[in-house]
Design a protein around this ligand. Structure first.
Ligand code: MGD
Ligand code: MGD
Ligand code: MO
Length: 674
């Protein structure tokens, strides 16, 4: 029997799946030809892992586990749900009675993006009054703050269906060839117009584009001023739009006097002729701008996003078919209230949140951290300050709870491990942060062992704790019905499951169609109060000094083609495809250091060092190195990955990560003994 479902990974694609099931056992996962975007294909990593690791129940966590000494050794004994939940409930009750609920930290993200499993547990933590490690600080926070302040919303992007009306697609700091491979294949590569990519790396998407503006990382503000300078000189600015809808433009014009297109070329390393060509192409005909997430993981990532956000306003690429920008499309854009889904009203008046950049500090202070929940995330692999986190996770007085499908590097440090059900084992809805769709995730088998969906784990914990708020016990059926009523009134889950994916509306409205911006002035605010309060200037600032010191390289650690963050890193076939943990170097940088492919180097940062194998590659330009993110720690022989190098570099807005601003130096070392 073939059953339609949807891939809930944290990715732009949201592929339609067909699950082949016999006698309650899934034996094949493939793409659904009926899906409107992905049309029967799925990416290599999902095709491999969903048909390997994910069909092998023996690899899954099947029962709750309790640690046997010592922490980190990965030795556990099976316990029942009652024992596990009583123990946790007891500790949580005691802390609440002591007034120390805030010392319960919870880290979570989008290990599964299906709406209920991803969001419902927040209801419990809101009600309890725990401290949230703010998920987006590790990912996309600065960009949200920047675009939110400027446009009044960072979560209302263009509708991708409007590509049909666009003549130009400008991809700025986004690499869908890795981060959304089916979107890359079916949306970007099939586009008949002109594609321009702005990326320091020669990604597959960049290599295929009509123009690739290969700037030095972090110099994007200068590039934007260069483009605007060309537009100004050639009469391509939309003066009427600017006068009517943009606040703070005069200061931009002043900047253009200090950063000419020629100066922009010198700062960014992009030839002047390419800057001129890109400006003309972007400004002259309907153009879409896709703003990436990797882009803003820079020390000045907020200012960079703010600068890139100037382009559609300056060129009047707005409110018409085939124009606008996209950062992410939020729940709200498809009519769904995220705060209702997370029952935000249950939280204390001033909910407690800290940045991932401050997590190591919090975990080193026992008064601030008595309990740590890690669910839908894999902290030790993905977060900065890896060494400090590892030391803190070994603390005897910290109770660590990990909820996952697999025994991850983080789970090995847990006191209590709880087994989660995967997407084949319960019904849910999956929205997209790119397309304006809603999709069905359909249960096709019973959970492995006694695993439970995230939401059910927290219903049971709420019950053990004696909580009574009805929001904490809402059933999956009621939640699905409520979400569907918000997104697609009149559609039942059964109807949705029949087709897999539906657009929430047939109408394709241009982004900001009514030109009403939800800012204090109603205009696009270049000089929004948020920026000034954060210490930024009235306009994005050009950093002429953005290069790494002479002997150093700038390290970028972007999405790995074979991993989904760290997910799939424990699949044997995926590991074979990935090969060794590599440092990609441009041939010129390798030559000056007398390094060849296959050599080993110790990579040093301000925080630590890591051994990597050199791979000479034309992906990075000279001065830049690449180490793809999120490999599991336990397979590469040094219990560390690229995040050991990151001392928690912080960007300029929202306490977000600046992991792509790391400077590194290299020292040749002998090959490790195998
Ligand atoms: N160096 C570097 N580091 C980075 C980045 C970078 O660019 N460079 N990028 C950052 C970004 S953008 C992000 S978003 C983070 C992501 O980092 P994480 O949030 O850690 O994402 P994953 O590594 O995929 O971990 C998700 C975990 O959820 C588990 N999981 C899957 N489904 C379920 C479920 O239904 N229930 C439960 N309980 N668990 C489930 C998976 O098995 C996996 O262990 O990494 C960040 N780390
Ligand atoms: N295969 C796979 N897919 C994924 C993920 C994964 O781990 N693996 N992660 C998922 C997640 S959590 C996220 S948030 C998205 C992220 O999606 P993307 O934003 O596409 O992801 P990244 O690969 O982090 O970065 C994209 C590009 O930003 C560029 N970049 C870095 N610094 C700069 C800069 O200063 N200027 C400019 N112009 N460009 C810069 C990098 O060179 C990189 O090519 O992908 C999702 N999809
Ligand atoms: Mo992310």
């Amino acid at each position: 029997m073939l059953i339609r479902s949807t891939c809930p990974r944290d990715c732009y694609d949201r592929c339609g799946l067909l699950l082949r099931v016999a006698d309650g056992v899934v034996n094949r996962v493939s793409g659904d030809p009926a899906h409107p975007h992905t049309r029967g294909s799925i990416c290599g990593k999902c095709a491999t892992a969903y048909n390997g690791l994910w069909l092998d129940d023996g690899q899954r966590l099947q029962t709750p586990l309790k640690r046997i000494e010592p922490k980190g050794a990965g030795e556990f004994a099976a316990i029942g749900w009652d024992e596990a939940l009583e123990m946790l409930g007891g500790r949580l009750r005691t802390l609440a009675a002591e007034g120390a609920a805030a010392s319960v930290l919870h880290a979570h993200y989008q290990g599964t993006y299906s709406a209920i499993a991803c969001q419902f547990p927040n209801r419990f933590f809101h009600r309890y009054g725990a401290t949230e490690i703010e998920p987006s600080t590790i990912c996309d926070k600065a960009g949200h703050v920047a675009l939110g302040a400027m446009y009044g919303s960072s979560g209302e992007g263009f509708d991708p269906r409007t590509l049909a009306q666009a003549k130009t697609l400008l991809l700025w700091g986004v690499n869908p060839s890795h981060s959304g491979p089916m979107t890359d294949r079916h949306w970007v590569a099939e586009f008949a117009g002109t594609t321009i990519v702005v990326d320091p790396l020669k990604t597959l998407t960049a290599a295929r584009a009509d123009l690739h503006l290969q700037l030095y990382p972090g110099t994007d503000v200068a590039l934007v001023y260069g483009l605007l300078g060309v537009m100004q000189r050639e009469g391509l600015l939309d003066e009427a739009f600017i006068a009517r809808h943009v606040r703070g433009w005069a200061a931009v014009e002043a900047q253009l006097l200090t950063c000419s297109p020629a100066q922009a070329a010198a700062i960014t390393g992009v030839p002047l002729s390419l800057i001129e060509e890109a400006a003309r192409i972007y400004a002259r005909a309907a153009s879409l701008l896709w703003i990436g997430i990797g882009l803003q993981r820079q020390t000045h990532g907020g200012d960079i996003t703010r600068a890139v956000g100037l382009l559609p306003a300056a060129a009047g690429q707005m409110a018409r078919p085939g124009t606008g920008f996209l950062y992410t499309n939020s729940y709200e854009i498809v009519g769904v209230s995220e705060s209702r889904l997370t029952a935000a009203h249950l939280a204390p008046a001033a909910p407690l949140r800290i940045s991932h950049m401050d997590l190591a500090d919090a975990l080193e202070d026992p008064a601030r951290s008595r309990v740590l929940f890690n669910w839908n995330t894999n902290l030790l692999v993905s977060a900065p300050n890896q060494q400090r986190l590892r030391r803190s996770l070994a603390r005897d007085d910290l109770l660590t709870v990990v909820i996952d499908l697999f025994m991850t590097d983080t789970a090995r440090y847990a006191d209590v491990v709880l087994p989660a059900a995967n997407f084949m084992e319960f019904d849910d809805l999956v929205f997209s942060y790119f397309h304006r769709t809603v999709s069905a995730q359909v249960k096709v088998r019973e959970p492995v062992g006694v695993a439970l969906p995230n939401q059910e784990i927290f219903r049971r914990l709420a019950q053990v704790m004696g909580m009574t708020d009805p929001e904490l016990f809402e059933t999956d059926e009621a939640l699905i019905a409520d979400l569907l009523a918000q997104a697609r009134p009149g559609t039942s889950f059964a109807e949705l499951a029949q087709v897999g994916t539906m657009f929430v509306s047939d109408e394709v409205r241009p982004q900001f169609a009514d030109l009403a911006f939800a800012t204090p002035s109603g205009c696009i605010e270049i000089d929004a109060a948020t920026f000034l309060q954060a210490g930024l200037a009235a306009v994005p600032a050009v950093r002429a000094d953005a290069r790494a010191p002479d002997h150093a390289l700038r390290l970028i650690s972007p999405s790995h083609r074979w991993l989904m963050n760290s997910t799939y890193g424990n699949d044997a076939d995926v590991r074979r495809q990935m090969g060794p943990d590599a440092l990609l170097l441009n041939a010129a940088d390798a030559a000056t250091r007398q390094l060849a492919t296959g050599d080993w180097v110790a990579v040093h940062s301000a925080a630590a060092s890591l051994r990597l194998q050199v791979e000479i590659s034309d992906v990075p330009p000279s001065g830049v190195a690449v180490c793809y993110k999120s490999r599991w720690l336990q397979f590469d022989g040094q219990q560390a990955n690229v995040n050991v190098l990151n001392p928690g570099l912080r960007g300029d807005l929202g306490d977000g990560t600046a992991v792509n601003s790391l400077d590194i130096t290299l020292r040749p070392v002998a090959a490790p003994m195998s």
